[in-house]
Write a protein of this length. Structure first.
Length: 340
């Protein structure tokens, strides 16, 4: 009788597991595929009562070296770039998505990426540092970092960079002279094949427009950015408007940016366009699900490894409900990951 009872219990256990696998798609989890929120979520772990915005985060999966501009260290005055770790974790059992500011699960990467903090300390000045763009270069087992940013310490905003590509520590800040003018030049980013640098500038009008420069993708990054020869600077007419168009960021074939052009929901709104058949499509407003009557600013896209059909967009906004000033937010946008 005892043997019969044990056999019966074993059969029930097998049936229970089989039912769970059928119910959860055969993977043993209730949520085998993750998803990102369709409405913006405040990145509470990273925000303060001061202004926190202008972020950058190279695509590395769920461990993300996250840098952004903030005036917290000056109690609301000048802006510095700071570095903090970002963890993105999707729980397949509960379906909960957690974005945290901590080093859990980083292992050896904690020490490897901590050098970024030395880099951002090196660019601090009595002026403002905006629009950081952190670029990672891998050479066999070694990892190197380059950081582009804009500073107004000498008057107008000029695009500079630091790098540890050719030495153990970061170089002193250097000017990217072929991008700069006597006006404000900010928010540099590369296109997907690294043959162009896009940025914004008010060099021709009182308003900001988008510009691009062709570069040699075969050059190592530090040599490319240190080049002091004259480059042709082209205005991106199809992307620019009569208003202020700022903060371009490119991920794959998609560009996202901020603009206060007509037709928005108030202040600066976020827009996107796709590169198709050799040209950029007409910019499209992300809509009121993401934009508000307040300002939305400096969007970036991160491949966080959660969703097959979305990617994470991080941006800043001074909308109500935040901790104060500009806060950082994230939201999921449609994006097909063709390499998955």
């Amino acid at each position: 009788m005892k043997t019969l009872n044990l056999s019966f219990l074993l059969i029930l256990l097998i049936l229970s597991v089989a039912c769970d696998e059928t119910r959860y798609g055969g993977g043993g989890y209730k949520y085998n595929t993750g998803s990102l929120p369709e409405t913006p979520v405040n990145l509470e772990d990273f925000n303060t009562e001061y202004d926190d915005y202008n972020s950058t985060a190279p695509t590395l999966g769920y461990l993300i070296p996250f840098c952004f501009s903030t005036n917290r260290n000056s109690q609301g005055n000048d802006f510095d770039v700071i570095y903090q770790p970002m963890n993105v974790n999707f729980d397949k059992t509960t379906g909960e998505l957690i974005v945290s500011n901590e080093y859990s699960n980083w292992g050896i990467y904690k020490e490897e990426y901590n050098i970024i903090e030395m880099g951002v300390d090196k660019i601090k000045s009595v002026g403002n540092e905006f629009g950081p763009n952190l670029i990672i270069t891998r050479d066999f087992n070694d990892t190197y970092f380059s950081l582009l940013y804009a500073s107004d310490v000498s008057g107008d905003f000029q695009i500079n960079f630091i790098s540890n590509l050719n030495e153990a520590n970061f170089t002193a800040p250097k000017e990217v002279s072929f991008l700069n003018s006597e006006f404000d030049d900010l928010y540099p980013c590369f296109n997907s094949d690294n043959t162009k640098i896009f940025f914004c500038s008010n060099r021709e009008e009182d308003n900001f427009d988008f510009y691009s420069v062709n570069v040699d993708s075969d050059m190592d990054l530090e040599t490319l950015l240190s080049d002091d020869t004259l480059h042709e600077v082209n205005k991106e007419e199809a992307l620019s408007s009569t208003a202020d168009d700022k903060c371009p960021f490119i991920f794959g074939n998609k560009m996202v940016f901020a603009s206060n052009r007509e037709g928005g929901f108030g202040g600066y709104d976020l827009y996107y366009c796709n590169y198709e058949n050799g040209k950029w499509s007409q910019p499209i407003n992300f809509g009121e699900g993401i934009n508000s009557e307040f300002d939305e600013y400096r969007p970036i896209l991160i491949d966080e490894g959660v969703s097959y059909t979305q990617t994470m967009m991080v941006f800043s906004s001074n909308r109500t409900g935040g901790k104060g000033g500009f806060d950082l937010y994230f939201v999921g946008i449609d994006y097909e990951h063709t390499y998955w």
